[in-house]
Write a protein of this length. Structure first.
Length: 119
């Protein structure tokens, strides 16, 4: 069982930056690919970014490519989402995700952190 706790959300002006952190506990952190998703009320949760177990492969949604950077520190069991040049449409609750696929799929979520971007 993996527990994930996000932090770093808040209110930021458009064009500014914000750094989200996700601290993991339980399980073997290096076995899990990590990612961030976001959700706006009334809409489905959408993919933002992901990073492989070693950190060597990253993927981004087109809407954040070039502005957001995902990274991980396996020694500290943390995942970071650096958000630069934020836009009002980035406003959402951001969720950290841990995923591992063997013969079963293990999928864990944090409680989410609110990001609000003012125009």
């Amino acid at each position: 069982q993996v527990q994930l706790v996000e932090s770093g959300g808040g209110l930021v002006q458009a064009g500014g930056s914000l750094r989200l952190s996700c601290a993991a506990s339980g399980g073997t952190f290096t076995r899990y690919a990590m990612g961030w998703c976001r959700q706006v009320p009334g809409k489905e949760r959408e993919f933002v970014a992901s990073i492989s177990t070693t950190g060597g492969i990253t993927n981004y949604a087109d809407s954040v490519k070039g502005r957001f950077t995902i990274s991980r520190d396996n020694a500290k069991k943390m995942v970071i989402l650096q958000m630069n040049s934020v836009k009002p449409e980035d406003t959402a609750v951001y969720y950290c995700n841990a995923r591992r696929v063997t013969f079963m799929t293990y999928n864990y979520w944090g409680q989410g952190t609110q990001v609000t971007v003012s125009a």
